[in-house]
Design a protein around this ligand. Structure first.
Ligand code: FES
Length: 78
């Protein structure tokens, strides 16, 4: 499997409201860290995030995490 493109070398630390989100896995979205449909035709698919309450999180922007959609520190090795 090919590697995703690095959108940024640091995570998006954000507080999201309750709702459904789609985390960009391919790295090509112009609306990082979320999917904008740019993956279409490729081998990557977005990761669905469902939140029942407002939640602070660090979403991976380097797209190399082993624990998507969360930052696992992999960006530190780029
Ligand atoms: S931003 Fe990707 S692992 Fe931290």
């Amino acid at each position: 499997m090919c590697k995703a493109n690095v959108a940024d070398k640091k995570p998006a630390v954000i507080k999201l409201e309750a709702g459904t989100y789609y985390w960009c896995a391919c790295g090509d979205s112009k609306g990082q860290p979320f999917c904008d449909g740019s993956h279409k035709g490729g081998s990557f698919h977005p990761t669905k995030i469902v939140l029942n309450e407002p939640t602070q999180m660090a979403l991976c922007n380097c797209k190399q995490t082993q624990n998507p959609p969360y930052c696992d520190g992999a960006h530190g090795k780029l």
